[in-house]
Design a protein around this ligand. Structure first.
Ligand SMILES: [Mg+2]
Length: 340
């Protein structure tokens, strides 16, 4: 068995786990059970799983499904999909078997397999107490292992967020930027795919990257303002939207185009929000964030709603039509000398 196969062989369905547990029990092995999302595996996780394994002969880890993590942590989580989270956990020598936990709490699985030990990492939560009664009732024991590390997935995410917010040190030219170009995404930068949520379908229009490079070189900064009512309507998630953007940013970034920020409106028309274009909410917020006047702000879009939003916010609204991106760039550059 190669190492990859060995790891995969530890990942079991609920039914396979029934059989596995029966086998281990028949061999009189002491079974430990723990669970969690293990979104970004860190030292605290590894330490607690190793300590957990010391307490038993075989350790089962139930990994929360993507849906359950979204439910009980945040709609923006998990960062890593369930298949990969299970694979990483199964890769640890301390872990003997891994399964997927669809429910938020482990009670059903605990009652199904009745492990000798229910092991919790970190603080003794109300959740552990609640399931704890059931465990004690069938004769199991609860063990809590406190982490010797200060780290947590949430702290890691916070750290990454802080790094991203600081951005790279900017050149003097970028600090003296002359204005802001707000770009619509769908139908302007990339081909319009209704309710786009598949990164593989991102298709940057010809001329966009060269055009953005010219605009950037002229001392303008770039941000995206995009209506994404598919989120509000439930056609795709914020995570799907971010995955699409990530693909777009990677393509632009590879050529040196830097998008400073992405503003999006997740609401549907029915929500009557103040951000969905043709409303001006996203545009005024961007102008505030970048500390630019409407005269210094260009809005580039492909729809009437874009043009109206731009005009209502007092910016220079520039349309991208069948002729492509290049004429819009020329128009911005021709207007630029007037911008102070
Ligand atoms: Mg559009």
């Amino acid at each position: 068995m190669n190492p990859g196969e060995k790891i995969l062989s530890k990942i079991l369905s609920i039914d396979q786990m029934d059989e596995w547990v029966a086998g281990e029990r028949a061999a009189s092995r002491r079974i430990g059970f723990t669970c969690g999302s293990f979104d970004l595996l860190h030292a605290g996780h590894v330490q607690y799983l190793c300590a957990a394994r010391e307490l038993c002969d075989r350790l089962i880890v139930a990994v929360n499904s993507d849906k359950s993590v979204s439910r009980y942590k945040s709609p923006l989580r998990p960062i890593v999909p369930e298949r990969e989270r299970m694979y990483v956990v199964a890769g640890l020598a301390a872990v003997d078997a891994v399964t997927l936990m669809e429910e938020d709490r482990p009670l059903t699985l605990l009652l199904r397999w009745k492990p000798d030990l229910y092991i919790k990492g970190g603080d003794y939560t109300a959740d552990a107490l609640r399931s704890g009664d059931a465990v004690r009732e069938y004769g199991g024991k609860i063990e809590v292992i406190r982490s010797g590390f200060e780290t947590s997935t949430s702290k890691l995410i916070e750290r990454v967020g802080a790094l991203a917010a600081h951005g790279e040190p900017e050149s003097a030219a970028a600090q003296n930027f002359r204005g802001l170009v707000l770009l619509d995404r769908d139908g302007t930068l990339i081909r319009n795919v209704p309710f786009l949520h598949d990164p593989a379908k991102v298709e940057v229009f010809p001329g966009v990257i060269d055009g953005l490079l010219k605009v950037q070189a002229a001392g303008l900064r770039l941000a995206i303002v995009t209506n994404q009512q598919g989120i509000g309507l439930g056609y795709y998630t914020v995570q799907d939207f971010i995955a699409v953007n990530q693909r777009l940013l990677r393509e632009l970034g590879a050529r040196g185009v830097r998008i400073s920020k992405i503003y999006f409106c997740p609401h549907s028309l029915a929500d009557q929000c103040s951000c969905r274009k043709p409303a001006t909410g996203m545009i005024t917020r961007a102008m505030r964030d970048f500390d630019v006047t409407p005269e210094q702000t260009f809005l580039v879009g492909d729809s009437d709603d874009d043009m109206r939003a731009g005009a209502d916010a007092g910016c220079q609204a520039i349309t991208v039509d069948a002729k492509g991106f290049e004429p819009a760039v020329e128009q911005i550059l021709s207007l630029l000398p007037a911008v102070q």
